[in-house]
Design a binder for this molecule. Structure first.
Ligand SMILES: [Zn+2]
Length: 424
């Protein structure tokens, strides 16, 4: 057991490293002018919070991202402001969600007021809406709903809308929003996790169009489909991409991997103590959810089920393959990684931060401190964790990184990537 003195030495060393790290990053930021995300030719203006209609905001064509210097000293982890870059909201009086099933806890309205109550005390200062896979005919209703919320100048400062790239309707649909300061991008989760559509000519053209309009595209698919994500990213060099939920990695895959390392190279070692294995499917096809449990769009994209009943299942993917594929995707500078979602695949009441750490740490390492952004995936995260539990778990995982790197993860990278208004 370490002595008090060695604790003290370690603490001083950590403090010294943090100080030097903050200083170097600040100097680097000043010298480089904040290069990340600044190389795209079409970028949207920051929301002006003017009284204009949400669809008639300003547009700038080639303004580089501002080059904010890191605050010095950077806020400590317990005081860091947070941008939640993946917040689902829905009002069932306004839109239909075909994936919702009666009896599921998610099968009710999820409004901003409830989120604000759950976020109290967490210092979440901005949020970006994430589409909720509405009925095809409700896409414009969804956009009206969320843009009206943005216009109210509250927490919501941007939106990633639903859309149907690959169809003839997509280009005129998305061009409606080309001048909106609030519309940041589009997400369309491939049906049943089947990403072959991403190789189709019309689909690629539509994703390139997003880049021309200054919008991004969210990649959300099963972890086994990361190679298809890489192909799409390579086909659209002028479009910025966001990888959702760490590529939907399965925490169980890493639990089994740890157990295998501990017990030798056996094929099917049990998970370590503290991890029980949720039921589900390792099929790429959308599994049939348990009775009364909806299969939300993000869960479908994992290739697993939303069902968390304790039972035995095999991990949905090979952890080493995921590590290699994520590292390969991270070599593309026009991709950022959303640190989110993985807790929803852990088992309710039994997961611990250490079960998520291998996934988070690998993403932080290969994408680097400038291309990772925090997200909650609320209310889907509430299947296994409250908003507060997820935020605190991630803070626990990253507590030894520098304050500047954590400020970038929780706040600054999102502000720069989405060009959010500076309100804090
Ligand atoms: Zn989500």
């Amino acid at each position: 057991m370490p002595s008090t003195e060695s604790y003290s030495t370690n603490f001083s060393e950590l403090t010294r490293r943090k100080f030097l790290g903050n200083l170097l990053v600040r100097l680097g930021s000043l010298a480089l002018g904040g290069k990340a995300f600044g190389s795209f030719t079409a970028e949207k203006a920051q929301p002006t919070h003017s009284d204009s209609h949400p669809l008639s905001g300003l547009w700038v064509s080639s303004a580089p991202a501002p080059a904010p210097a890191a605050p010095f000293p950077a806020p400590s982890l317990n005081k860091v402001p947070i941008v939640d870059t993946h917040l689902h909201l829905w009002d069932l009086k306004k839109v239909r969600l075909p994936w919702l099933r009666q009896g599921d806890p998610l099968c009710r309205d999820h409004l901003l007021e409830e989120y604000l109550r759950e976020a109290e005390g967490l210092n979440i200062v901005h949020a970006v809406y994430m589409e909720v896979d509405v009925h095809d005919e409700d896409l414009l209703k969804e956009a009206d709903y969320v843009l009206d919320l943005c216009q109210k100048k509250g927490l919501l400062v941007g939106a990633v809308l639903g859309g149907r790239p690959g169809t003839q309707q997509f280009a005129p649909y998305i061009r409606r929003f080309k001048d909106s300061p609030w519309v940041k991008g589009v997400r369309r989760i491939p049906r049943d996790g089947n990403t072959t559509v991403w190789q189709e000519k019309q689909f690629i053209q539509d994703i390139r169009l997003l880049g021309e309009l200054g919008m991004c595209f969210d990649l959300c698919m099963p972890p086994q489909r990361l190679p298809d994500a890489i192909k799409l990213v390579d086909a659209c060099p002028g479009t910025r991409f966001v990888l959702d939920h760490c590529g939907n990695a399965d925490p169980l895959a890493f639990a089994a991997s740890r157990a295998n390392r501990a017990s030798g190279p056996t094929e099917s070692a049990p998970p370590p103590a503290g991890i029980r294995i949720p039921a589900g499917s390792n099929s790429l096809e959308s599994p049939k959810p348990a009775s009364g449990v909806s299969d939300p769009p993000d869960a479908k994209a994992t290739g697993g089920s939303a069902d968390n009943a304790p039972a035995t299942r095999t991990p949905s993917h090979d952890p080493e393959q995921w590590r290699r594929d994520i590292a390969e995707l991270a070599r593309r500078e026009h991709v950022v990684c959303k640190i989110s979602g993985i807790v929803a695949r852990a088992e309710k009441d039994h997961w611990k931060p250490e079960h998520l750490a291998p996934i988070v740490n690998h993403c932080l390492e290969v994408f680097g401190p400038d291309r990772v952004i925090f997200a909650s995936d609320w209310p889907v995260c509430t299947r296994t964790a409250t908003l507060r539990q997820w935020v605190m778990a991630l803070k626990e995982i990253v507590r030894d990184r520098s304050d500047v790197d954590n400020w970038k993860l929780f706040y600054q990278n999102a502000v720069r990537f989405y060009r959010l208004g500076e309100k804090t």
